[in-house]
Design a protein around this ligand. Structure first.
Ligand SMILES: *Cc1c(COP(=O)(O)O)cnc(C)c1O
Length: 418
């Protein structure tokens, strides 16, 4: 195995040509990055952030002023009334779980309107049997699938007119599905419809991978609560772990009571020295998301030039940072993912192989040479070994490293693993 990155003149030339053809899109990404950066900076200024907020608390974590200011800043940046931002959330999936258990009570009905939710939620909801699922507590679940990559507005309207729904879940990013991710315009349209029929339904949005893509959050178009992971977009590659729940104050408070304990809620939760990393991560996040978007656009353009199907296309309106490449054969998918891993800063000497993963029926290949375990705001690429052999690529802490990763993957792809 090579211990140096070597890119052929052919791949350099394809990349250079692709960069020329996407320059207008890069300009738009830069403009959005500037708007989001101003939003972040204003939130820091309004909250008078100072080095005293880099304080650390231990034990119960009472009176942690850094933690409190972080939550006010996240709320402001996300356009929400309040936010819960904690390292006690193990992951985005954990935050989604805390939110669902906070809002749903025995006998309540939860409805997903974006089809089957993210894989890790199947046992949480009870779609797959588990003795601790929502279903085991008597919470009912139903779902309405998307049609043509958009909400099934008629069925949704009919359903909520005829059933008392407590909570509607919308998952914007596609997960491991073949659908398109849901843009903010579609979310706005369906939220207005739901609210016009029953304004008491809690609309909860799984916002993973979508933060700072565009300038509007689901909260700003009427959703009640949004959830996301800090080892994705808003952590900026710096937050070591954690997740957030943001939106209506009463709902954020309920999530706090569920995360810790009723009666102590948000008042407890030691920060153990990570306040500075969370603040710095949010500060970097607009430009890290922009780098990820540029890396995705570049990959879409290059792979399209090489006659592979890609989703979204390089010039399509994006809802998230995920880029699909539809390889249509296992060898190409494996080679591409291996090329990404071999151009990673961490474990660049390890060649990933398809592997059995808990919760998946097919073998999965994963390239994740990341500083933070499981971080997918860092350049990463994975895919289940089943037709049509789709790679799910996302992240890129800087555009240069993203571009080098893509070039190396393309090199391995066209040299057929040599
Ligand atoms: C990443 C992701 C999650 C949460 O994943 P974790 O790995 O648990 O942080 C949930 N939903 C979607 C759509 C995601 O992309």
């Amino acid at each position: 195995m090579l211990d140096e990155i070597i890119i052929s003149d052919k791949v350099k030339e394809i990349t250079k040509q692709a960069e020329l053809e996407v320059s207008d899109i890069f300009k738009k990404i830069d403009e959005e990055c500037e708007i989001n950066s101003i939003k972040v900076l204003n939130a820091f200024k309004n909250n008078r952030v100072s080095t005293i907020h880099f304080n650390s608390s231990t034990g119960y974590g009472y009176d942690d002023i850094g933690r409190d200011v972080i939550e006010r800043i996240f709320a402001q940046v996300l356009g929400s009334e309040d936010a819960l931002v904690r390292s006690q959330f193990i992951s985005g999936s954990h935050a989604l779980t805390v939110a669902l258990f906070a809002y749903l009570r025995p006998g309540d009905l939860m409805l997903s309107i974006s089809g089957l939710p993210y894989d890790t939620l199947h046992e949480v909801i009870g779609i797959k049997e588990n003795n601790s699922s929502l279903q085991s507590f008597g919470v009912k679940y139903d779902q309405i699938d998307l049609i043509n990559d958009d909400f099934d507005y008629d069925r949704i309207e009919n359903y909520i007119k005829n059933n008392k729904v407590k909570l509607i879940e919308i998952q914007r990013s596609k997960g491991y599905s073949t659908r398109k991710s849901l843009t903010i315009d579609k979310v706005e349209k369906v939220v207005s419809l739901i609210k016009s029929i029953d304004k008491d339904i809690i609309i909860m949005v799984d916002n993973c991978y979508c933060e700072f893509v565009g300038n509007k959050t689901p909260i700003e178009v009427g959703a009640d609560i949004i959830v996301g992971s800090l080892i994705k977009n808003l952590g900026g590659g710096i937050a070591p772990n954690g997740a957030y729940i943001a939106g209506r104050k009463d709902l954020v408070d309920l999530a706090g009571e569920r995360l810790t304990l009723p009666g102590e809620g948000r008042e407890v939760g030691p920060t153990l020295g990570i306040n500075k990393s969370i603040l710095q991560g949010l500060f970097m996040a607009p430009s890290v998301v922009a780098s990820s978007l540029k890396t995705a656009v570049l990959a879409a353009k290059i792979l399209d030039t090489l006659n592979y199907k890609v989703e979204p296309k390089f010039d399509e309106n994006r809802a998230d940072i995920v880029q699909n490449i539809i390889f249509e054969n296992d060898k190409d998918l494996i080679n591409y993912c291996q090329g990404i891993q071999l151009a990673s800063p961490i474990d660049s000497f390890a060649l990933p192989e398809p592997w059995d993963m808990p919760g998946y029926d097919d073998k999965v290949i994963m390239a994740a040479g990341a500083f933070t375990q499981g971080s997918s705001i860092e350049l990463s690429c994975d895919g289940p070994l089943r037709p049509p052999y789709i790679a799910y690529q996302q992240g890129g802490l800087t555009y240069d490293y993203g571009k080098i990763g893509v070039m190396n993957a393309v090199e391995r792809l066209i040299n057929r693993g040599e």
